[in-house]
Design a protein around this ligand. Structure first.
Ligand code: 5RP
Length: 238
């Protein structure tokens, strides 16, 4: 799929997800190129339909994009309960387990996911995989970098420090930390690996998300429209 076609199917998924927002909702706003289209469309709906909603951004990027789109933003301190979150993913497996953190925003994304009653994961078809097998982003406290690298290797992973683009040296997250992209090949036990990685001293958050499957809807953008995948039947009526 060309880059342009890939952006188009991301747009299809983002726009479809934005239609699920209802007046009065607290809405989690994801990070990345697919969630961006949802933010743009929610902003349009706020203007056109006079929706009264509050957006809870998952990053500086989504906060800036939401403000530019005319969405009122607040944070998790003000709204620890979120009606609906729309966010992207780097990979989704057959059991709706995710790998996230391609934009280094997975710590806030996991907090927002945990606070959400429902989640719409918006992806292009390349993100669907029977098994999780892309590198797992870990947000790491800089002080513990070498220790975490050793611990990841002991668990069978190959860590790589994420480097900045148009910035020399490592990526610094919105929380002031580093990111280690850890290749484990095909992950046979995502729950077990998530638990082990989260327990490593120096790891703030691991990019494997296994605990949200029951509240996730996956919208897959396609050239002819959007495919909806659910594990628990149809979306409850609003
Ligand atoms: C950011 C994320 C993004 O949701 C993920 O990287 C997908 O991004 P995109 O929609 O641009 O493909 O986890 O930390």
């Amino acid at each position: 799929m060309s880059k342009q076609d890939n952006l188009e199917v991301k747009r299809v998924a983002g726009l479809a997800a934005a239609e699920e927002v209802r007046d009065g909702m607290v809405v989690g706003l994801g990070t990345g190129s697919t969630a961006h289209y949802a933010i743009l469309r929610i902003g349009e709906r706020v203007r056109e339909e006079r929706l009264s909603i509050v957006g809870i951004p998952t990053s500086y990027q989504s906060a800036m994009r939401a403000r530019a789109a005319g969405i009122r933003v607040a944070d998790l301190v003000d709204y620890p309960e979120i009606d609906l979150t729309i966010d992207g993913a780097d990979q989704v497996d057959a059991d709706f387990r995710l790998i996230k953190g391609g934009g280094a925003a997975h710590t806030r994304e996991k907090c927002v996911a945990a606070a959400s009653k429902r989640i719409i994961t918006v992806v292009d078809p390349s993100k669907l995989s029977e098994h999780l097998n892309v590198p797992v982003p870990l947000e790491v406290v800089p002080y513990a970098l070498a220790l975490v690298e050793k611990q990841v290797a002991a668990l069978g992973g190959t860590p790589a420090l994420r480097e900045g683009v148009k910035k020399d040296g490592p990526v610094i997250t919105d929380n002031g930390n580093f990111v280690l992209d850890c290749d484990f090949g095909t992950i046979a036990d995502p729950e077990g690996l998530e638990t082990k990685l989260n327990a490593l001293p120096g790891v703030l958050t691991c990019g494997i998300f296994t605990e949200f499957a029951e509240k996730i809807w996956v919208l897959v953008g396609e050239s002819g429209g959007c495919k909806t995948l659910t594990r628990s039947g149809p979306w409850p009526s609003q």
